[in-house]
Design a protein around this ligand. Sequence first.
Ligand code: UTP
Length: 295
Amino acid sequence: MPQSSRVQKAVFPVAGLGTRFLPATKASPKEMLPIVDKPLIQYAVEEAYAAGIRHMIFVTGRSKRAIEDHFDTAYELEAELEAAGKDELLALVRSVQPSDMDCAFVRQPRSLGLGHAVLCAEPLVGREPFAVLLADDLMVGPPGGAPVLAQMMSAFRQQGRSVIAVQEVPADQVHRYGIVAGESAGGPLIRIERIVEKPKAADAPSRMGVAGRYILTPGVFEEIRQQPRGVGGEIQLTDGIARLLGKEAVYAYQYSGKRYDCGSKEGFLEATVELALQHPQVGASFREYLRGLEL
Ligand code: UTP
């Protein structure tokens, strides 16, 4: 029988070292890097909120204080803006944490891998299905369509089983992804038969790469606890999901929309340019500026 279909909590693993962005990430979190005027983590939290989730759980590490501060009340700033009558800015600052949303923080003492980070959230998640969002994957839904996690929520409500976002990736990039293979389960769903972390191109069972959005059943915690270390000596979430497959169905979901890999410099720059072009304040003038560049 499908288990409870209510997903009320989202986990944001933000304890990674962000080495690809050094020195920017030496003392400040990668997830606080802004795309135009909003930090990456805020895009992810807004996506979870838009999918109906109100309990946000951050798995943090050293040098990540800025994330806690970002989702807390900024008394001095708010008082200054209020006194200056800057109502629009005040509303903007307050909108970061809507009154019906709560945030909890748990530490991952060492960066032992994404699976380990998710396991650190277990005491706060409990025995419920939950979402996992990797903020360095910035996901933009199709124009006028639902955001990616909201699309996945519909699939989870139907199946009552774990749902993982996937997209087709070029053959020369499969070694950077978790790769899934399985049988079509209708529409955008694939019932996963195999999932492997960062395979060599020759060993990859398909070109369906996992993007940083998951809805998982709580059974995954036990599987992560039991598993040995995987690729790179890390406790991989992919390996926990591979074990879960032996116990219950797990689905891949081919989402509609676009993913920017903002954990890499190229993806970060692409997101910056494309979102700047769409920005209501600066979009038009930025487009003019780009047109004038000699490329
Ligand atoms: P990445 O491997 O992309 O992030 O992990 P990283 O390790 O921070 O970056 P690089 O590769 O050194 O540049 C994907 C996500 O998992 C989180 C990261 O914060 C990121 O959001 N993560 C990773 C953890 O929370 N803990 C870990 O031990 C590893």
